[in-house]
Design a protein around this ligand. Structure first.
Ligand SMILES: O=C(O)c1[nH]c(=O)[nH]c(=O)c1I
Length: 310
């Protein structure tokens, strides 16, 4: 079967890569992804200066997924920009740069520099970090998103994307789509970021499992799959001129198939990659291929976006 994807002027051998935040904070980790079976690489969301992030424990895996309140620990924008400078684009795996400034000005400063650097990587602007105490998720403030995107498209004229939080209301889907459709330069949306502010409890210890925010953190893994699929399908319908990147709950070829059936052009793995390591890429791709063979599909376009309704 042919797992290749052609989008945004990029050619990918397969639709699978890491979700920002997982296996992507250091060059060593980024190289682990790049030299794995993954079809692309994305960096950890960054701020202009390095950040230590929240106190530990700040990540915990559970049978149904994960909870994290990392607090945007990262090596700082220059570190990732320099990686992007020396990145071997000719090897055929695109590089995405995730940006998550603490303020709009921080995002504009990073994007201005990125525009001037004329690199082949593509920005994914994070509108949805749920773990910065006192900071609301920009993605839930439609007016603020519209203003931010207006300024972003002024300083960055190239193709870019945004990482969205999950939405849970059809009016919100429509309102956010109306904001996003006003920006032709915005070429993709990544749905979804973790479901913010969940609470995991350890019965034996009668305690929360992560330190920040008295235990509140973003949920990932199987917990979020139906919500992720809903966000992919709704934005696939509402943003006809843009791509949707699927993220959330992909543990096997079956969930990757679901995301693509719902309309995703490419898909990212987070919790599963964190727990299993880079071998997850080859395993999931093999499972997706086997499923396609079973169903008689030759390529991803044979079923992408063709989820049936009743
Ligand atoms: O806590 C984090 O670093 C984090 N964690 C997430 O689950 N999503 C995000 O966008 C971020 I920036």
């Amino acid at each position: 079967v042919d797992l290749s994807v052609s989008w945004l002027g990029l050619a990918m051998a397969n639709p699978l890569y890491n979700a920002s935040g997982v296996m992507c904070r250091s060059v060593a980790e980024l190289e682990q992804v790049r030299t794995s079976a993954a079809g692309a690489v994305i960096t950890k969301s960054c701020t202009p200066q390095p950040r230590v992030g929240n106190p530990e424990p700040r990540y915990c895996a559970t049978p149904l997924g994960s909870i994290n309140s990392m607090g945007l620990p990262n090596a700082g924008y220059p570190y990732y920009r320099d990686y992007a400078r020396s990145y071997p684009y000719a090897a055929g795996k695109p590089l995405f740069l995730s940006l998550s400034g603490m303020t709009l000005d921080e995002n504009l400063d990073m994007l201005r520099d990125l525009a001037a650097a004329e690199l082949l990587c593509l920005p994914e602007v994070n509108l949805s970090c749920p773990n910065l105490p006192g900071k609301p998720q920009l993605g839930y403030d439609f007016q603020a998103c519209s203003e931010a995107l207006t300024q972003i498209t002024r300083v960055y004229q190239g193709p870019f994307g945004v990482k969205l939080p999950p939405y849970f209301d059809q009016v919100h889907f429509a309102q956010m789509a109306a904001v996003l459709n006003a920006f032709p330069g915005l070429r993709f949306v990544t749905c979804i970021n973790s479901i913010g502010n969940g609470l995991v409890i350890d019965v034996e210890r009668e305690s929360v499992v992560i330190k920040p925010k008295d235990g509140l953190g973003g949920l990932g893994g199987s917990y979020v799959l139906p919500t992720a699929l809903a966000n992919v399908r709704e934005f696939y319908r509402l943003l006809p001129d843009k791509h949707v990147v699927g993220c959330g709950g992909i543990n096997s070829g079956r969930e990757a198939f679901m995301h693509i059936l719902a309309g995703a052009t490419v898909v990212q793995i987070g919790s599963c990659l964190y727990e299993e390591g880079e071998g997850a890429f080859a395993r999931i791709l093999d499972e997706l291929s086997a499923l396609m063979v079973q169903k008689g599909y030759q390529r991803l376009d044979d079923f992408r976006g063709k989820l049936k309704t009743l």
